[in-house]
Structure formats: C-alpha cells, structure tokens
Design a protein around this ligand. Structure first.
Ligand code: PGA
Length: 235
C-alpha cells in the first residue's frame, strides 16, 4: 500500500486524475465505487468542475442508512444526487436501498449486483475507528453486503449531519470488506488529526478486524492519500 502525503486540494486532484485515467482506459465505461462523507465533498466538487463525462460509466456506493428514503436530506442517495449525480449523471448509479421493509433482502440484492459488476476503482474515506464503509471494528475480511448496527462512536461522529444523535439511524446496509477488496484499484483519503490514529493502525499494524481498513494492506493496488495532520503519527 502506497501512502502519499499531500495538501487536501492536491489529494483531490490526484483522485480526479486517477478517475480520468480509468475513464480513458475503459472508453468511458468505467465502474466506480463511490463513498460519501465530508472527505469526499471537495473531491466531488472538483469532479463537477471537470470536463469528465460519466454518461457511460456505472457507480456503486458503499452504503446507505436503513430507514431513510432517497429524498431524505440525510440519506446517502440525497448526498450523491446533490454533490455529484445531478451535475454529472452516470449511465447507471447504484446504492443499497435503505427505505425497505426488509433490509436483509435489499443487502442480498446489492451483493448479487456487485458480484456481476467488478469495480475498476474504489474511493474510500476512513472512520476515526478504522471503519471503511460501515464495516466497523470486528468486521471480517470475507464479509459481504449486509445489514449492520452502527457503533456509538460512528453515530456520534455522524450526528453532525442530523438534528441530534438520537435521530441518527441505528443500522446501515454496507458493502462488505471482500467486495471492497475486489476492486482493481483503491484510493483511500483521510484528512485531519481525528484520522491520525486510524491511519497509523491501518498502515503500521498487521491486518486485524480491530481496524477493518488494515485489510487494505492485502490489496495489490491501494493508495492512501493523507494530509499532514492525518499522517502525523507516521514516522
Ligand atoms: P468523513 O467520513 O469523510 O465524514 O470523515 C468518513 C467515514 O466515516 O468513512
């Protein structure tokens, strides 16, 4: 795994350039794994300003909250429409269906779609506890898309987008670690001091379920882009 320390703007430009490269290599028909969260916001802004064309590309998002409809402003469907898809429509965009009577059925359907559609490039953020997607500590590297309870620390971290912590959904549907690791290329981005411990554990300790992102060490083509604060515990 390659670790590159850059400014936030340089990191976003690096990711934009990699996405452009994948689009060129696939004649525009790339399949991209996309992420949500504050880290991705400046990257999607850069993509919207670019001349890249996604009209033949496919996207799969990592996760969605259980119980939130796509038009709910706190849902990841809404985030993606707002930050990227309305300005840069894809040929097809998939997210797990959160507003469903049976989330386990929705998770299985998403897994089946992922199996038949390999990702050329997967974008990832990282949680302060080392999660990727909503694969919280304890997740197995062989895990697939499933319904997951959110840890208290993740609900607290994400409560900044909700009226209060109690409004944060208790469960999400998330791509599993095995599906994330199946992407041909992965770019993980981390900004800020709050991510420094997770970046240290992910890169400097042997892969372990305590830090789900550490399993990226076993992936043949992963780049970690950090700002100086997120990289501050690395030698
Ligand atoms: P953030 O979330 O980009 O909002 O920090 C990342 C994550 O929790 O995976």
């Amino acid at each position: 795994m390659e670790i590159i320390v850059l400014s936030r703007s340089q990191a976003c430009q690096y990711a934009v350039d990699k996405i452009a490269q994948v689009l060129t290599q696939t004649n525009g028909k790339a399949t991209l794994g996309l992420a949500t969260g504050g880290t991705m916001t400046p990257l999607y802004a850069k993509l919207c300003q670019s001349n890249l064309d996604f009209s033949h590309a496919t996207s799969f998002n990592l996760d969605e909250y259980v119980g939130l409809a796509p038009d709910n402003p706190q849902s990841y469907h809404y985030y993606m429409n707002d930050q990227l898809f309305f300005k840069k429509p894809f040929w097809k965009s998939y997210l797990p269906q959160g507003n469903t009577a049976d989330a386990a059925v929705a998770a299985k359907a998403y897994h089946e779609k992922l199996v038949t559609t390999p990702r050329d490039l997967q974008l990832l953020g990282i949680g302060e506890n080392g999660h990727i997607g909503f694969n919280e500590p304890g997740s197995s590297p062989t895990s697939i898309t499933r319904v997951l309870p959110l840890t208290e620390s993740t609900r607290r971290a994400n409560s900044r987008y909700f009226d209060d912590e109690k409004a944060v959904p208790t469960h999400a549907i998330s791509m599993g670690l095995s599906e994330i690791l199946a992407a041909k290329q992965i770019i993980l981005i981390a900004f800020g001091q709050k991510k420094a411990k997770a970046i240290y554990q992910m890169t400097q300790r042997p892969p372990h379920p305590d830090c789900p992102a550490s399993f990226l060490q076993n992936h043949p083509n992963t780049v970690v882009l950090c700002d100086t604060a997120a990289a501050s515990l690395l030698k």
